[in-house]
Design a protein around this ligand. Structure first.
Ligand SMILES: [Zn+2]
Length: 97
């Protein structure tokens, strides 16, 4: 799996210093990191089999999405995961994607 992300940093010429560049670079890296995380999560979800089976053997049906916060080295990332419910036992599962 391969994903790409771009980011932009801005440093005012009036405020140019190693510190200000370092600060901007860290913010840009964090921004790119979040984009990469989200892009990867999207890819993983797309790669999951369409037909999902519960531990009991029943079919899992999509019940929309639920917001989840993920703590990563790039900072906290808010993303929408698929919520699944078993048609047989009623058990729930949050998609790993
Ligand atoms: Zn089940």
């Amino acid at each position: 799996m391969r994903v790409e992300a771009s980011c932009t940093i801005t440093v005012s010429i009036d405020d140019i210093s190693v510190n200000s560049i370092e600060q901007a670079v860290l913010e840009g890296a964090r921004e790119a990191g979040k984009k990469l995380f989200l892009a990867f999560l999207e890819l993983i979800e797309k790669a999951l089999p369409k037909e999902r089976i519960c531990d009991c053997g029943g079919h899992l049906e999509s019940r929309g999405r639920v917001s989840r916060e993920l703590m990563t080295v790039a900072g906290d990332i808010l993303f929408r995961r698929q919520k699944l419910r078993c048609l047989q036992c009623g058990g729930g599962e949050i998609s790993s994607g």
